[in-house]
Design a protein around this ligand. Structure first.
Ligand SMILES: NC(=O)c1ccc[n+]([C@@H]2O[C@H](COP(=O)([O-])OP(=O)(O)OC[C@H]3O[C@@H](n4cnc5c(N)ncnc54)[C@H](O)[C@@H]3O)[C@@H](O)[C@H]2O)c1
Length: 318
């Protein structure tokens, strides 16, 4: 039986690491695409040469030609600029919007049945660009952020309580960025809410660290941003989709009235299966959580508006 086919656009840190995880887990054949000549070819060949050692038979090819991505089941978009120290996600807005628009319109043309996973930042805004440029239905345009944000929160909770990370579940809503909304009352250790296990000021410290999780790594690395946990998070979404697992994961999804937001990509729990988003799960929020969620959704809205303004200015300037 033919293997499923996953295209990863952007052969940089996140893209190449995602491709490696997908191939080495035996999940799918991978096409790695980049604009830089030789880069995806070299990384793909290097990964293919690891296959005999790692013991898998997935095909990995690198290319600069989007025609090679035809008939992909899943397309992961990581192409773009990564955040540098001192650079906010918002600074990346117009450059990455242009990159995402061009790669997504090409890729969707060659794989009209694919599910798109967007990783490029600013994440929620890039999902809007991808939805428009691809012409795909909203259930097949999904942003990766919540899995990473919850993974960070889970890590910090496990370290704080000195328990296995596998016993920790966490719940984070909202846009990817400083306005994300971790929900401690739905974050549990062995099924027990952390609000029963930790005083509120310690939880607040973990929440703050989670919100700044990306910046903490940027500050340490000095050049570039996080990629091991982002790649693992993207891998988990690809696995849920290709395996038709009906897994509930926090992802950026186009909201159509859920949580009081409309026509906006915001992070919420969704059920993922072979056709993408099967269901958006809506929970009742407490008043302060609803306020924080609305502020987070509003910051996404501002980015989308700003992006439209920048596009109009660029058009007017010819
Ligand atoms: N959503 C998240 O939670 C999350 C987490 C980590 C990183 N990111 C974002 O993912 C993106 C990639 O991060 P990275 O660390 O891999 O960066 P990177 O610089 O290592 O890789 C980006 C790659 O994109 C390629 N590229 C640029 N324009 C292209 C085009 N038009 N077509 C094809 N390829 C093109 C570059 O050549 C480069 O190889 C960044 O925007 C980063 O902010 C998001």
């Amino acid at each position: 039986m033919a293997h499923p086919k996953v295209t990863v656009i952007g052969a940089g840190n996140v893209g190449a690491t995602t491709a490696q995880r997908i191939a080495e887990a035996g999940l799918a054949d991978v096409v790695l695409v980049d604009i830089v000549e030789g880069l995806p070819q070299g990384k793909a060949l290097d990964m293919a040469e690891a296959a005999p050692v790692m013991g898998h038979d997935m095909h990995i090819v690198g290319t600069n030609d989007s025609a090679d991505t035809a008939d992909s089941d899943v397309i992961v978009v990581t192409s773009g600029l990564a955040r540098q120290p001192g650079m906010s996600r918002d600074d990346l807005l117009s450059k990455n919007a242009g990159i995402v628009r061009s790669v997504v319109s090409q890729a969707a043309k060659h794989s009209p049945e694919a599910v798109l996973i967007i990783v490029t930042n600013p994440l929620d805004a890039m999902c809007h660009v991808a939805l428009e440029a691809s012409g795909l239905p909203p259930e097949r345009v999904i942003g990766m952020a919540g899995v990473l944000d919850t993974a960070r929160f889970r890590t910090f909770i496990a370290q704080e309580l000195e328990v296995s990370v596998t016993n920790v579940d966490a719940f984070v809503l909202g846009g990817h960025g400083d306005t994300m909304v971790p929900l401690p009352r739905y974050s549990t250790v062995g099924g027990v809410p952390i609000t029963e296990l930790l005083p509120s000021e310690r939880i607040e410290r973990l929440v703050t660290r989670t919100r700044n999780g990306g910046a903490e790594i940027v500050a340490l690395l000095k050049t570039g941003s996080a990629y091991y946990a982002p790649a693992a998070s993207t891998y988990q979404m690809v696995d849920a989709i290709l395996g038709d697992r009906h897994r509930i994961l926090p992802c950026a999804a186009l909201l159509q009235g859920q949580y009081g937001a409309r026509d906006l990509f915001v992070g919420v729990p969704v059920q993922l299966g072979r056709r993408g988003i099967e269901k958006i799960i809506e929970i009742e929020l407490l008043p302060d959580e609803a306020t924080a969620f609305a502020a987070s959704a509003d910051s996404v809205k501002q980015l989308v508006t700003r992006m439209a303004e920048l596009a109009a200015e660029a058009k007017a300037a010819g």
